[in-house]
Design a protein. Structure first.
Length: 578
């Protein structure tokens, strides 16, 4: 709540204007029962018809004033609350962007989407309507109570006799509904995740004919959500009718006691009419209490969920006095590096010396730790033991932003945004010239298929590259990495979907970029044979290292892989590869 109050302080004047309009409107509304009292006692009973015109004009003025003030109140509350939520969403999104890879390993997309969208909407609803109505009805209750005691303190005491009990029930309702909504919020995140995963993978589901299975899986999660909502409804139905009943009891008590006072001539009919109008100003807050409790409980649960996210801190941060290399050369050194993830050893005793402009290739079975090695270069994770240096500076001591600006990565999981091909290559950067973009596109063999498209580089591609082949998506990803012209280039299985000829052409283009230190993860001999050093990983350790010819001469794991991949190929092809 402190965070919300901090945001709300920026729009203090908006809230002040809204509050002034609200209070002024309430004060004007308080005169209506008094005017009606005068009409009943003086005009209808007392036959003073001269007062009727002025009384009706006053009621008309109050009605018009209430409408104008009500508009100002609603607009200012909605405007300021919307601004608060825009700021909250922005800060929440910014905070999520700063979190480390390990956070996203632990949390799923559906849950984060629920926090950004549904929970912020709950808070908006509470600020724009819940808090406003609670404040308004609270003021109504206080002023009306004072006026009731002014009119007749005995009848006021009778009318307020059930109020403490209503307040007690509302408090219990708030607590139980709050607990229920926290469960609903968690389950809603699970439901969103299930829907998001299924829709994202709908082609796979259809390909395997698993529609019924996915429908059943979603139905089970939907039933759980339904069950929690029913539990919340049961809580609501248990308390709200009681609050409604006690509110109506107030009317019965007031009418009965007031009738006796009028019959006994201790009170005028006009006063009783005015009293009944004021009493409704007490009843409505009581009736709205359950609904407002529900809104505020949802808001409270959502605030807790969002605040929990804000408490998450990135594991990877820039040092206190970060060192920034203005002219990075790309000399990468791993010194006795080990990595444990959640207590499980992933890498052990890794030593690499990649000189500027050199190419290091990494091969190994799935799960051997290839991607983990390159993830340490850009500090996506920190090593458990040992050190990683770039140009002699420990990466832990470098400015994180500066470090990553000098590293281009083509990740194993090719990801493209729902945007134009040009924007996917630029990745939001306006500093890239059109000439550099075309050069990178030519090197990555993107230009040859893009120019065949009707809109060329302005072609909008679908979600995650929908409409493109796997090889086309990989080529765009390679172009995106090359266009930045960084000192360090990481290709994580980046050519697995390419044909041999396209892969060969891209390799030649990479060789021409002599200023880049390259780390290539691949499974094909053809992708690594020209590297300055080839590392063979097994269970997180380097078991073989050397050039292509040196590793063939060892006749170890690399040689076995070579024989498997080139078995049955003619001698001329064999000699070409060697």
């Amino acid at each position: 709540m402190k965070r919300l109050l901090k945001y709300m302080k920026k729009y203090t004047w908006c809230y002040i204007i809204a509050m002034v309009a609200m209070i002024t409107g309430i004060v004007m509304d308080m005169f209506s029962p008094y005017i009606i009292k005068r009409i009943v006692d003086d005009v209808i009973i007392g036959k003073k018809m001269a007062l009727l015109e002025s009384a009706l004009l006053c009621l008309g003025g109050i009605t018009l004033g209430r409408a104008v003030l009500g508009y100002i109140k609603e607009y200012m509350f909605d405007y300021s609350s919307s601004k608060v939520i825009v700021k909250l969403r922005k800060d929440l999104f910014d905070h999520i962007q700063k979190l480390s890879f390990s956070f996203f390993d632990r949390n799923n997309t559906g849950e984060l989407m629920s926090r950004i969208k549904e929970d912020t909407e709950n808070i908006l609803h509470a600020l724009a309507f819940g808090v406003m109505l609670l404040t308004e009805q609270g003021i109504y209750f206080i002023i009306a109570s004072v006026l009731l005691f002014t009119l007749n303190w005995k009848l006021a005491l009778v009318s307020l006799i059930t109020m403490p009990l209503i307040a007690y029930l509302a408090r219990k309702l708030e607590k139980r509904v709050g607990e229920a909504y926290e469960k609903i919020s968690d389950q809603r995140a699970v439901l969103n995740t299930a829907a998001q995963e299924n829709i994202a993978g709908v082609r796979l589901v259809k390909a395997f004919g698993r529609e019924k299975y996915e429908i059943q899986k979603f139905l089970e999660k939907n039933k759980e959500n339904y069950k929690l909502n029913v539990e919340q409804a049961e809580i609501w139905s248990n308390y709200h009718p009681k609050i409604e009943f006690l509110s109506n009891v107030v009317i019965v008590l007031m009418t009965t006691a007031g009738g006796y006072l009028v019959i006994g001539e201790d009170m005028s009919i006009g006063t009783l009419v005015a009293f009944s109008n004021y009493i409704y100003m007490l009843i409505w807050p009581m009736r709205l209490l359950g609904w407002l409790t529900n809104i505020l409980s949802q808001c409270n649960a959502s605030v807790k969920k969002i605040e929990k996210l804000f408490k998450e801190k990135p594991d990877i941060k820039s040092g206190e006095n970060p060192k920034a290399s203005e002219d990075m050369q790309g000399h990468v050194v791993f010194e006795n590096v080990a990595l444990h993830y959640n207590g499980v050893p992933v890498l052990n005793n890794i030593n690499i010396n990649a000189k500027p402009g050199s190419t290091v290739a990494i091969m190994g079975m799935t799960g051997s730790g290839k991607t983990s090695i390159v993830n340490l270069i850009g500090r996506f994770y920190d090593c458990t033991a040992g050190n990683v240096y770039i140009d002699g500076v420990n990466v832990r001591e470098m400015d994180l932003r500066t470090l990553r600006q000098q590293i281009s990565v083509v990740m194993q999981d090719t990801f493209l945004f729902s945007d134009s091909i040009e924007e996917n290559i630029r990745l939001g950067s306006n500093n890239i010239s059109g000439e550099d973009l075309i050069t990178a596109a030519n090197d990555a063999k993107v230009n040859e298929f893009v120019m065949k498209l009707p809109d060329g580089y302005n072609t909008i591609i679908g979600e995650r590259g929908l409409g493109l082949s796997g090889g086309q998506k990989q080529r765009i990803s390679i172009a995106r990495a090359l266009v930045r012209n960084c000192r360090i280039l990481i290709l994580d299985d980046a050519t697995s979907a390419l044909d041999m000829e396209t892969e060969y052409e891209i390799q030649k283009a990479l060789q021409r970029r002599r200023g880049m230190t390259k780390f290539i993860i691949a499974h094909r001999i053809s992708a690594v044979k020209d590297a300055d050093e080839i590392l063979i990983l097994e269970a997180g350790e380097i078991v073989e290292r050397g050039t292509h010819r040196e590793l063939l001469a060892l006749k170890g794991r690399y040689y076995e892989t070579y024989c498997e991949q080139f078995e049955g190929i003619g001698k001329m092809k064999d000699k070409e590869v060697v």
